[in-house]
Design a protein around this ligand. Structure first.
Ligand code: DP6
Length: 321
């Protein structure tokens, strides 16, 4: 105890989305999900327990903050290990925070890895993913590189992440278009709760998403980019239709998002194969293969500046620095 441990976790973008919890406290999802971990977006977090502290001392991107979610998460680690010491936590995000680029995924994956090791635990990847899940559901998948999945499960033991394929064989990239890096107005936590409780379409979402999971898993095995892209795009829009059909309804798609969606459709009509996906914010992620990147970024640059356009290939799983 007392050693400073630093871990790096990359963010992931779901191809089959998680949108709703069966158990809010343990973060057990209503469906299994599947993602691609990205190389260019990551979080570095260090944790050091120190007897001298009266509370957790948290620094995010160089700013000292208080964050109840992080302290609660650290309490889970303290409870597991019978440690009653607070910790110094320093985290640097190489992801625009709260902009639907799933920064909570890399954040809690890195915190789970650094925190558990600093507390003297030596967890397997599966157990690390279970721990990361308690911070944020999507973090479950960020323990793994490449294509990863989160098995829904029914309790703390059976709800975990696993690798589908790493390193990735498929030629696949994501182009993130940063349309707004302000914190989102309706958090995914709040949004998915409204949807599971009020959308009349929620049960059909579960059915459809179960089928999408199998389709994308098979497409990965068969190196079938077209099926993967089409299915991921449909799955994302079906998730967003849950937001519109909720009471009260809410929406992450804004005018700029629509503009990107229309650009993707136009590119496709002109023979440039690409697909789009969106999470709990207005940013759009375009899924494409290597030889299409420059045509797509050229088109995007008619409307967006180069620092709004970020290209990434598949990234690796959790590592200690
Ligand atoms: C749209 O993992 O941020 O990105 O578990 O409440 O922290 P909490 O939610 P979070 O939700 C992610 C939602 C999503 C889809 C996905 O990543 O699967």
């Amino acid at each position: 105890l007392g050693e400073k441990i630093t871990a790096r976790a990359h963010t992931n973008i779901a191809l089959v989305k998680y949108w709703g919890k069966e158990n809010e406290q343990l973060i057990i999802p209503a469906n299994s999900s599947l993602s691609l971990t990205l190389d260019e977006f990551y979080t570095d977090t260090s944790v050091q327990f120190a007897e001298s502290l009266n509370s957790d001392e948290i620094t995010l991107n160089g700013n000292s903050v208080t964050d109840d979610k992080i302290t609660k998460f650290m309490d889970i680690i303290r409870k597991k290990t019978n440690i009653n010491t607070f910790a110094r936590i320093e985290s640097t995000n190489h992801v625009p925070t709260s902009a639907g680029l799933a920064s909570s995924a890399s954040a809690y994956a890195a915190l789970a890895a650094a925190g558990s090791k600093a507390a003297g635990l030596n967890l397997s990847e599966k157990d690390l993913s279970r721990l990361a899940r308690r911070g944020s559901g999507s973090a479950t998948r960020s323990i793994f590189g490449g294509f990863a999945a989160w098995n829904k499960g029914t309790d703390d033991e059976s709800s975990y992440g696993y690798s589908i394929e790493d390193p990735v064989k498929m030629d696949i990239n994501m182009i993130a278009i940063i349309l707004d890096n302000q914190p989102k107005k309706i958090s995914s936590r709040k949004g998915m709760k409204i949807s599971i409780e009020t959308s009349p379409y929620y049960q059909s979402w579960i059915q459809q998403t179960t089928a999408d999971f199998q389709t994308i898993k098979d497409a990965i095995k068969e190196n079938d980019f077209t099926t993967l892209g089409k299915t991921a795009e449909l799955n994302a829009m079906r998730m967003h239709s849950l937001t519109l059909s909720s009471n009260p309804s809410y929406l992450y798609i804004n005018a700029d998002s629509l503009e990107v969606i229309n650009m993707v459709k136009e590119l496709r009509e002109n023979g440039v194969e690409c697909y789009y996906t969106m999470d709990a914010g207005p940013n759009v992620k375009i899924i494409c293969q290597n030889d299409k990147i420059s045509e797509i970024t050229d088109k995007l640059s008619d409307k967006f500046s180069s620092n709004q356009i970020k290209v990434s290939g598949p990234g690796e799983g959790i590592k200690y620095l």
